[in-house]
Design a protein around this ligand. Structure first.
Ligand code: URQ
Ligand code: ZN
Length: 609
């Protein structure tokens, strides 16, 4: 039995490759929140990646049980109600790229799994995917156990794990198979940089990608040319350039773009779906765009740091605090270009790569920029930064915001529709989002553990008024209610349909045409001064509830909506019909654990029957 597999944590049931929905531990945990297991959010503007609808949402035992106009729903007793009039309801953010408590550069990143996930929740992110990074020569399974022990007792929201492949051998290949088939891992990252530390060769990349394809896993890359960087660092230091400006000089945009293209070619040669992490420059984003447009199955991620910052006006004395790889760029146009690539679906996801170090730790590179620990904050700031740079500028609408901050990551890493959607049967990870509220980002108020914030002073529209995690109100008007360990490890099953169906030329699970550009603006990438950018999206003035939202299609594992039962076929309301919810086991069992009858026409219910 592994370190973390004590009875308290999780009972793993073998995941069939068909199982879409990760298995979660029950919700009656230590946080004391299970008493409040019913929540009704009324009159909100529900936004999913593929539609917006004014509707009420009912949550019970951490799962969404009803989405609809409310006309056919009687709020059960003991239920808390939140009035979301004038606010949006968004799926909780999913950050596919964090590094909590990472040993790196001779030190350890200061956000651990408690502080880091607490900061995530504070900013509206309710699921994170962190990286197991074994040292060269270290067993992947042992490294995985180490991360589980660090995380399971601390996380305040659900989390998954990618695994980095920092060296290559038959034993690594064998352990990848175990990780996929028995540990709930479905993605592996290769570093093309950090020569001598994490970097692998092209032929190793080729074989690792082949193994990912055989396992139904997603191959990821950190794309920079590590050999060129090593030479540049040596040359800069020898020329006496030891300050932090040497970091970006040693790894310019073309050093990133070359590696992105090389990774796309190797993935195409091995017919492996590829996820390019943290694209930071226009040149690199163009490589992803061109690869996708020539039919390669490549997904691109960019970061809050690249969307919200440039080095243009950063003073020399604070430059070390902005050191991350690939670098935050000099070009002031970069944030807008990257947001346009997201608007055009040339890039699909936004992450944070939250790997925070305090100023004192960054001083380790005082006399040699290559010794500055790489990494910056972002896990708490991402949602507001993306809203400000995307929706507030008119480049994307709220649906696209949901896609790039939540749904696309859920689909690529096979957490959808349990995560990344507001629909019956999905986890109740929901934000009551105020698009008009403005907040100023600052290290003096953030929840990240670091003593510096790269977005210091940035004003952002778009603030979570409530953050609901598994049906628990964890953040309410700035007041936090979280408990260490209330989150769970999320198994990410192999063969994500969104990826592997597409690889086999099938449209994705929802029947969306892979090339569908729903909700996207038709922007001209090269037009310098966009003249026809629409006004920023604004909520309709009048509240006109629409019909119930479409239920997640085709998955019998999700509970059926009661509203369908509240009316006769001719649509008239059946007044004899009691209003009830079915608490069905979401793992697809056809048994009904209970039918709760609430306030039937004859009076109070006795509870279950
Ligand atoms: O490179 C990574 O992803 C890790 C080591 C975090 N640091 C960074 O600069 N991105
Ligand atoms: Zn990273």
């Amino acid at each position: 039995m592994h370190l973390w597999q004590n009875p308290k944590s999780l009972s793993y049931r073998k995941l069939s490759s068909k199982t879409l929905l990760p298995i979660m531990k029950n919700n009656n945990d230590a946080s004391g929140q299970s008493a409040q297991n019913r929540l009704y959010i009324k009159r909100g503007h529900v936004v999913n990646h593929d539609g917006m609808q004014q509707a009420d949402v009912y949550i019970e035992d951490g799962t969404i049980r009803y989405v609809g106009s409310g006309a056919d729903f009687v709020v059960p007793g003991g239920c808390r109600t939140i009035d979301a009039t004038g606010k949006m309801l968004l799926p909780g953010g999913i950050d596919p790229h964090t590094h909590f408590q990472l040993e790196f550069g001779g030190t350890v990143s200061v956000d651990d799994f408690y502080q880091g996930t607490k900061a995530a929740v504070a900013g509206g992110t309710t699921t994170v995917i962190d990286f197991v990074i074994p040292q060269k020569g270290e067993s992947l399974l042992e490294a995985y156990d180490t991360w589980r022990v660090r995380a399971d007792s601390k996380v305040v929201c659900d989390y998954g794990l990618h695994v980095a492949i920092t060296w290559w051998s038959k034993s690594v290949r064998d352990e990848m198979k175990i990780l996929c088939q028995e540990r709930g891992v479905n993605s592996f990252k290769c570093f093309m940089a950090y020569k001598g530390l994490f970097q692998v060769t092209d032929s190793e990349l080729y074989e690792i990608f082949e193994t990912c394809k055989e396992l139904g896993a997603v191959a990821q890359v950190h794309a920079e040319n590590g050999d060129v960087i090593a030479k540049n660092v040596q040359k800069l230091l020898e020329a006496g350039v030891t300050g932090p400006e040497g970091h970006e000089l040693s790894r310019t945009e073309e050093v990133e773009a070359e590696a992105v293209n090389r990774a796309c070619v190797i993935a195409h040669q091995t017919k492996t779906p590829l996820y390019v992490t943290r694209v930071t420059s226009k040149l690199a984003a163009e490589q992803v765009s061109q690869a996708r447009r020539r039919g390669l199955l490549v997904y691109g991620e960019t970061l809050a740091s690249s969307l919200g910052c440039t080095l243009t006006n950063v003073k020399q004395n604070v430059l070390p605090y902005y050191v991350t790889s690939p670098p935050i760029r000099q070009d002031p146009e970069t944030p807008r270009h990257l947001m346009k690539f997201l608007a055009l679906d040339d890039l699909q996801t936004t992450g944070s790569d939250n790997c925070t170090f305090n100023k004192s730790q960054k001083e380790l590179g005082r006399n040699d920029f290559s010794k500055i620990p790489n990494g910056v904050n972002g896990v708490e700031d991402r949602m507001s930064v993306v809203w400000e740079k995307g929706v507030q500028t008119g480049l994307i609408d709220p649906q696209r915001f949901v896609a790039i901050t939540s749904t696309n990551a859920a689909k690529i890493f096979n957490l959808y529709p349990r995560k990344g959607r507001i629909a019956v049967g999905s986890d109740a990870d929901i934000l009551v989002w105020d698009p008009k509220e403005v907040r100023t980002i600052s290290a003096s108020t953030h929840h990240q553990a670091c003593d510096f914030n790269i977005f210091e002073g940035m004003k952002c529209h778009g603030v979570p008024e409530y953050v609901i995690v598994h049906g628990r109100v964890c953040l309410e008007n700035g007041v936090f209610r979280v408990a260490e360990g209330q989150g769970s490890f999320l198994e990410t099953p192999v063969y994500p349909p969104f990826v592997y169906d597409a690889l086999n030329g099938i449209t994705d699970r929802n029947g969306d045409d892979k090339s569908a550009r729903n909700g996207l603006q038709a922007l001209d990438l090269n037009q310098k001064h966009d003249v026809d950018i629409p006004e920023p999206y604004a909520l309709p003035e009048k509240y006109v509830p629409g019909p119930a939202l479409s239920i997640v299609s085709g998955d019998s594992q999700l509970s059926t909506p009661h509203s369908a039962r509240g009316h006769r076929p001719d649509g008239s309301k059946n007044m004899q019909q009691s209003t009830f919810s079915i608490s069905e086991e979401l793992d697809g069992g056809d048994k009904r654990s209970c039918i709760r009858v609430k306030n039937p026409p004859g009076g109070k219910s006795s509870g279950f029957w």
